[in-house]
Design a protein around this ligand. Structure first.
Ligand SMILES: *[C@@H]1O[C@H](CO)[C@@H](O)[C@H](O)[C@H]1NC(C)=O
Ligand SMILES: *[C@@H]1O[C@H](CO)[C@@H](O)[C@H](O)[C@H]1NC(C)=O
Length: 132
C-alpha cells in the first residue's frame, strides 16, 4: 500500500559563510525570496563581525510558538526586513517576556533588556514575523 503524506519541513539552521550582517533591503534567501527576518547564532561587539555562525531564515507569516529544533536559546543577533516586524518571546508557547523588532539590524541582542535583569542574548524561544 502506498501512503501519501506531506511533511512540513521546519526551517533549519544553515551554516553561514560570512559573518556580516545583511542590510534590511537585501534580506533574501538563496532562492531570491524576500525574507521577513534572519536570526543568527553569534554576535560581536565589532558590528561588522556580527551575524556569524548558523542562521535561521524567517518568512513573512512564519509563526513559531516553539522554536525549530536546535534553535531555542541560541539567537544572538538578527536582521529584520523592510516593512517587517519580528515579535519574539523568551519562553516557548509564546510566554515569558516579549518584544518586537522593526526593520533594521540588531547587532547584539544582549543590548536589549529582557525583564528586569536579563537580556535577549540566547533567550528567544518563540517568534512571529509579518511584513506589510
Ligand atoms: C507581551 O508582554 C506584555 C507584558 O507582559 C503582555 O501584557 C502582553 O500580553 C504580551 N503580548 C503577547 C502578544 O504575548
Ligand atoms: C550569549 O550567550 C552565550 C551563551 O550563554 C554566550 O556564550 C555568549 O557569550 C553571549 N553573548 C554575549 C554577547 O553576551
Amino acid at each position: 500500500m502506498k501512503v501519501l503524506f506531506s511533511v512540513l519541513l521546519p526551517p533549519l539552521f544553515f551554516e553561514g559563510l560570512l559573518a556580516q550582517c545583511p542590510a534590511p533591503s537585501e534580506l533574501v534567501n538563496d532562492a531570491g525570496e524576500k525574507l521577513c527576518a534572519r536570526m543568527f547564532e553569534h554576535s560581536n561587539m565589532y558590528f561588522d563581525q556580527s551575524c556569524g555562525g548558523l542562521y535561521l531564515d524567517v518568512k513573512n507569516g512564519d509563526d513559531f510558538p516553539y522554536m525549530p529544533s536546535g534553535c531555542g536559546n541560541k539567537i544572538s543577533s538578527l536582521a529584520v526586513g523592510n516593512r517587517c516586524t519580528l515579535k519574539v518571546w523568551s519562553k516557548s508557547g509564546k510566554t515569558g517576556n516579549n518584544r518586537s523588532f522593526n526593520a533594521g539590524m540588531v547587532y547584539q541582542l544582549k543590548d536589549f533588556a529582557n525583564g528586569l535583569f536579563g537580556n535577549w542574548n540566547d533567550s528567544i524561544n518563540a517568534y512571529y514575523c509579518t511584513c506589510t
